[in-house]
Design a protein around this ligand. Structure first.
Ligand code: PLP
Length: 381
C-alpha cells in the first residue's frame, strides 16, 4: 500500500480515561464491582432504561452469560442470522446448542423477521436478532413470534449502543440484550461488554453466573452469612481499571453518536450522487434511529469488491469487507444448520464493503473518500 491517508477507524480518547484509571488504581479496590463498575451500571440503566445492566469482559462474554441464563441444553436450537460475528453463534454452541441460520433482509442486512417462523421447530428455544450497523431489527414482529412460540429473545446489540427502535433503545427490548465496548465499537474500553437484563426474572441468577456460580452477590448484600458454589458460572467481571476507562467513554457516548451520525449523513447524501446504480447504500427503516456505527456499500460481487478495495488502497484509503457468512464457515457447517435459503446473506458476504468512519473524522477526509469512491466505482463500472 502507498502511505495510509485515511485509516478505517481511529479509536478516540474522551479525555477523562487516565484520571479515572488513576483513581481506580489507588482506590484499593481494583477487582470487579467497585465504584466505577457501579457508575457504569447506573449510567447504562438510567440512560437506556433497563432494570439491570452488568458489565462483562467483552460482548462475547455477555452472549455466553445470556446462553447460560437461557438454559440452552444440547440439541436446543437458536435462531440467528448467518451474517454476524462468530461470537453470536459460539455462545450457544458452547452450551451444546445448534445455531439455525435465517436469511437477512437485503436492505438492512438484519435478520429477515418474515423468515423466522419457518425455521422454528419443537427444539427452538431462542431468537438472537443482531442489530447490524446499529440499525434495529424488526423487533415488533420478532417479539410477537417469540411470545407465540414461547421463545426467549436475546438481542445482540454489540454495535447498537444508543440506537433506537420505535423510541426504545436497542438491547432493552428482548428478554436479554448484549453490548460490546471493543475498540472497534462506538464506545470502547479496549475490551469490554455488558449484559442488559430486561426480564427481571433473570437478574438474581445473572449475578450468580457472573460471580463464578457463587452466592457471593447475596453475601455482599448481607443476605447470607457465607458464600458457596450454587450454580454454573464463570468469571464475567471486568476489573475496575476497565470500568474506569469505560465510564469516561460512556460520559461522551451521546456526543459520539451525534458526531458519527453527522459523518454518516455526509456519506449518505453525497455517495448517492457519485455512485448511481453501482452500489447499494444502507437503508434505515423509519422506525429506527441508528447510531452511525458503520457505513457500507454493497457491490455486485466478490470480484468487483476485490478491485474496489485494491483501488481504494492504491489511493491510500482503507476499506474493509465484513462477515464471511457463518453457515458456510468451517465451524458453522459443523455446529449449525441453515434454516432456509440464505440468498441475501451470500450477496452481503460477497459484496459488502465498509468505508472509513470515526467520531472526529474531518470533513475533508470524508470528502476525499467520497471523491475516490466515485472515481474507483466508475473505473469499475
Ligand atoms: C463486536 C461484536 C461482538 C463481540 O463483541 P466483543 O466485545 O468483541 O466480544 C458480537 N457480536 C457482534 C454483532 C459484534 O459486532
Amino acid at each position: 500500500m502507498k502511505h495510509v491517508r485515511v485509516p478505517f477507524n481511529r479509536p478516540y480518547v474522551a479525555g477523562r480515561e487516565m484520571g479515572y484509571i488513576r483513581e481506580a488504581l489507588h482506590s484499593g479496590h481494583r477487582h470487579g464491582d467497585g465504584a466505577f463498575t457501579q457508575q457504569c451500571h447506573s449510567w447504562l440503566e438510567k440512560t437506556l432504561g433497563c432494570p439491570k445492566a452488568l458489565l462483562t469482559p467483552s460482548g462475547t462474554a455477555a452472549l455466553e452469560m445470556a446462553a447460560i441464563l437461557a438454559d440452552i441444553m444440547p440439541g436446543d436450537e437458536v435462531i440467528m442470522p448467518s451474517f454476524t460475528f462468530s461470537s453470536t453463534a459460539n455462545a450457544f454452541v458452547l452450551r451444546g446448542g445448534t445455531p439455525v441460520f435465517v436469511d437477512i433482509d437485503p436492505r438492512t442486512q438484519n435478520i429477515d423477521a418474515s423468515k423466522i417462523e419457518e425455521a422454528i421447530t419443537d427444539r427452538t428455544r431462542a431468537v438472537v436478532p443482531v442489530h447490524y450497523a446499529g440499525v434495529g431489527c424488526d423487533m415488533d414482529v420478532i417479539m410477537s413470534i417469540a411470545q407465540r412460540y414461547k421463545l426467549l429473545v436475546i438481542e445482540d446489540a454489540a454495535q447498537a449502543l444508543l440506537a433506537r427502535y420505535r423510541g426504545r433503545y436497542l438491547g432493552t427490548i428482548g428478554h436479554l440484550g448484549t453490548l460490546s465496548f471493543h475498540d472497534s465499537k462506538n464506545c470502547s474500553a479496549g475490551e469490554a461488554g455488558a449484559l442488559l437484563i430486561n426480564d427481571p426474572r433473570f437478574i438474581e441468577r445473572a449475578e450468580v453466573v457472573r460471580e463464578k456460580g457463587t452466592s457471593r452477590p447475596q453475601f455482599v448484600r448481607g443476605e447470607v452469612d457465607k458464600y458457596t458454589w450454587i450454580d454454573v458460572g464463570s468469571s464475567y467481571l471486568p476489573s475496575e481499571v476497565t470500568a474506569a476507562f469505560l465510564l469516561a467513554q460512556l460520559e461522551e457516548a451521546d456526543a459520539t453518536k451525534t458526531k458519527r451520525v453527522a459523518a454518516w449523513n455526509v456519506y449518505e447524501e453525497r455517495l448517492g450522487e457519485v455512485s448511481p446504480g453501482l452500489a447499494r447504500r444502507p437503508y434505515v427503516p423509519p422506525e429506527c434511529e441508528h447510531n452511525g456505527h458503520l457505513f457500507y456499500l454493497v457491490l455486485a460481487g466478490e470480484a468487483i469488491r476485490r478491485s474496489f478495495i485494491a483501488g481504494m488502497e492504491q489511493r491510500g484509503i482503507v476499506t474493509l469487507f465484513h462477515y464471511v457468512p457463518l453457515h458456510n464457515s468451517v465451524a458453522g457447517l459443523r455446529y449449525g444448520r441453515p434454516g432456509g435459503v440464505l440468498t441475501a446473506t451470500e450477496v452481503a458476504g460477497r459484496g459488502l464493503v465498509r468505508l472509513p468512519l470515526w467520531r472526529d473524522m474531518p470533513f475533508s477526509l470524508l470528502e476525499l473518500v467520497i471523491t475516490e469512491t466515485g472515481a474507483v466505482l466508475s473505473s469499475l463500472g
